[in-house]
Write a protein of this length. Sequence first.
Length: 76
Amino acid sequence: MAPTMQELGIDQLSPEDRLAVANSILESVACEVEAAPLPAAQRIELERRLADSMARPDAVVPWETVKARALARTRT
């Protein structure tokens, strides 16, 4: 069983320090996940999507545009 925040003393930290600990944990997990090989099905799907976007460049929407549209919807 994983240790609790109380067992580790994390609950005694300031909110800022708890956020720093949480970010450190997330970064360490992200590094491990990035280093792990993709399952074959995911790799095949990514390759399919890349080929599709290269074949139809006019159908690709830049991230900045998608983000701006999403943010605009939240403001109305």
